[in-house]
Design a protein around this ligand. Structure first.
Ligand code: PAF
Length: 300
């Protein structure tokens, strides 16, 4: 059975009734559920006694009205999937439930420094403040022990980790591996908006990332002192950026090796501070037609 609440007072009452011995897992989503979300719920079900999933298309994290308007909404299918996977509770609030003061007036006390100024933060100003705003609100309501998020949104997981620290929150953040289609395309609700031709080419993003990560790791292994010359990281990035840009309808925004801990671009680090491959993440954002896809890979 899937309990379904739209009002936070109902969820809060349910939460109060829950035995303190039971571990509660929480998976926040914006709906249009796919196997990536289901993997988060399955992991939460393995590790927790009760699992809450929320579906809320959060207006404060969209910096383009059009993106918000086009965000896929597949409520009936989502409900069916949640029932099948065995999720215990779905929280489906309205905007007024989450932001009674209005989305534009909701307080946002978090500070993320450089982390919100690179990659997605740079291209989508305000996006991560909106994410932190809604996740902190949802956590206040759900009061889970553990929060499950996907590595696919790598920068988002670093932001949420920082937010939890700033809140002094005891909630455990569990980051789960990216779930991919067989051809390597990272699962995303946005994939639904790709045409058949775009969908066929989209796995080139993962291929380019793997090839670049291999080149990076090999160069590092072969001659770490040569690797410490100032240019190679940028050369690898540029080569694959250009390869992606040559594909029909592809417009890569960035293709960037960064320190996994804080997303500091390797290009900006002095040679003596370059981390070894296991501490490096490769992140990319590519427009395929009018669909913006992001992906990342921990270099190993
Ligand atoms: O990753 C998402 O779907 C959203 O950013 C999240 C975490 C549900 C917050 O709205």
């Amino acid at each position: 059975m899937l309990i379904r609440f739209e009002r936070k007072t109902d969820l809060e009452a349910w939460r109060r009734e829950l035995s303190p011995d039971l571990r509660l897992g929480f998976v926040p989503t914006m709906g249009a559920l796919h196997r990536g979300h289901l993997a988060l719920i399955e992991r939460a079900l393995e590790e927790c006694d009760r699992v809450v999933c929320s579906i809320f298309v959060n207006p404060t994290q969209f910096n383009q009205a059009e993106d918000l308007q086009h965000y896929p909404r597949t409520e009936e299918k989502d409900l069916q999937l949640l029932l099948e996977v065995g999720c215990h509770l779905l929280f489906l609030p309205t905007i007024e439930e989450i932001y009674p003061e209005g989305p534009e007036n909701a307080p946002n006390p978090f500070v993320f420094g450089e982390l919100e100024k690179v990659m997605e933060g740079e291209r989508r100003p305000g996006h991560f403040r909106g994410v932190a705003q809604v996740v902190s609100r949802l956590l206040e309501i759900v009061q889970p022990h553990a929060l499950y998020m996907g590595q696919k949104d790598y920068q988002q997981t670093l932001i949420v980790r920082s937010m939890l620290e700033q809140m002094n929150s005891p909630v455990q953040l569990v980051v789960c591996p990216t779930v991919r289609e067989e051809d390597g395309l990272a699962m995303s609700s946005r994939n639904l908006r790709l045409s058949a031709e775009q969908r066929a080419l989209a796995p080139e993003i993962y291929r380019a990332m793997r090839a670049a990560a291999t080149t990076f790791a090999e160069r590092h292994k072969k001659n770490s002192s040569a690797f410490r010359q100032p240019t190679p990281v940028g050369q690898i990035e540029d080569r694959y950026l250009q390869q992606l840009a040559a594909l029909p309808g592809f417009r890569p925004e960035y293709f960037c090796f960064a320190r996994a801990a804080d997303l500091k671009p390797l290009r900006d680090l002095p040679p003596e501070e370059l981390p070894p491959p296991g501490e490096v993440v490769l992140c990319t954002a590519v427009w395929v037609g009018d669909v913006r896809l992001i992906d990342n890979l921990i270099v190993s």
